[in-house]
Design a protein around this ligand. Structure first.
Ligand SMILES: [Zn+2]
Length: 132
């Protein structure tokens, strides 16, 4: 039956799903537009499936897949790493280390890997050296 015809592709399948959804919606929401849109989509699906213009149909499908990929792609910076939000007290792993000032016992955050550094305590203004 589909011999020499284009047949189904991702775009047709997608339109089929949408038209099915529209049909179901039409049961609950009696809007004539939904039914008409669903029928038009179905006609499109079948006319594409029986089309002999392979290149045109394939180009349509490629465009659809491209759109789908762009739609599914996550916006940069959204989600993946918790949006860079940092909980208080979870600061030890961001390249810094917490030192205790030997004079006033105040907690100080210093960069890790800097070697021996002179630390000027902002709390009691004493200086001390520490290897980090
Ligand atoms: Zn201090």
């Amino acid at each position: 039956m589909f011999n020499g015809r284009y047949g189904m592709d991702e775009l047709s399948r997608f339109m089929l799903i949408i038209s099915a959804i529209l049909f179901v919606l039409n049961i609950f929401v009696r809007v004539r537009f939904l039914w008409v849109a669903a029928v038009i989509l179905l006609i499109l699906v079948y006319s594409r499936a029986f089309s002999r213009f392979y290149d045109k149909r394939r180009a349509e499908n490629m465009k659809f897949l491209e759109m789908k990929n762009n739609f599914g792609r996550k916006k940069p910076g959204a989600g993946a790493y918790g949006g860079g939000f940092q909980r208080p007290g979870a600061a030890k792993n961001d390249g810094k280390r917490v030192l205790i000032c030997p004079y006033c016992k105040e907690k100080l955050r210093v960069p890790v890997g800097a070697g021996t550094i002179k630390i000027n305590c902002p709390h009691c203004h004493q200086q001390f050296e520490e290897t980090v």
